[in-house]
Ligand binder design. Sequence first.
Ligand code: SF4
Length: 336
Amino acid sequence: MKDYAELVSILENAGHPPFRASQVLHDVFKKGIADYSQMINLPQGLRDVLSEKVPVLSIEEKHVSITPDGSVRKILFRCKKDGKKIESVLMRFRDGRRTVCVSSQVGCAVKCVFCATGKMGFKRSLSYEEIADQVLYFVLDSEEEITNVVFMGMGEPFNNYENVLRACRHLNDSRGMNLGARNITLSTAGVIPGILQLIPEDLQVNLAISLHAPNQELRQELVPIAKKYPLIELMDALKEYTDKTHRRISYEYVMLAGVNDSLSLAHELGKLLKGRLCHVNLIPYNFTDKTKFRRSRDQKVEEFKRIVETYRVPVTVRVSLGQSIDAACGQLAGRK
Ligand code: SF4
């Protein structure tokens, strides 16, 4: 669905007043109406314009996978524009959160070594509409309210900054979905220009950093973009971010057996983050047949956690949902 600005422009060109755009957004996002003929509060002429010029969704469902317990639903979408495939995941948590994990690009150029998406290579960036429509799909498809959106699907959000921010504003728009900015999380592999650009934005979204290693040598092996944006410069940029926004940063650390889970690395991580406004999420690795990595043992993860906590850094071991349908972090690869 187009955002307010684009909708107003289309409607005005067709001779309709701007306030109709608010009505359309309300009907779609709040009432869940996906068929213009059912928007009986709109004049017939306007409904005809909308049917002809404004598809409700710019993407279409191609395949649905659901975990046996129903907590995770992964959708393979086809972009109507060019047939490219992307994936999104709805996670239903026990505490009531209904979180949609969206993709920001088709494939990804960052090529983290443990990630199935990275193995696909980069195809193209998604438009703001294709990003927001992944959330709208679940709004229209489900009776449940979507409470959170995370940019942790396919792609590096800050390599598609303008469209990602526009999608966030669209979802945040009180005329439409009205999703709180604080319920939106942007996750980056460490693209410094994007982090700095986010600081003055008037949108209080959360920032997560895919760190995965506490030193430059190991990090550039796992997350090759670290060669372009070295850890020391990244940590400076993140300090500037917290100093100016006073917002806490989440650090994501995927636990790879024998690679980045040693206890000495736990100490390094603790020292790196000590005194910072932050939170660490340890993510047990989700197996994908596209890489050689294995997940760390649970006991190892717990030991690692305890050591980092001795530096007064808060740590959570992330509950990973959706592994059985390849819907967990790092497993999305645009296939069934
Ligand atoms: S983990 Fe994220 S940034 Fe890294 S290759 Fe995969 S999609 Fe790209």
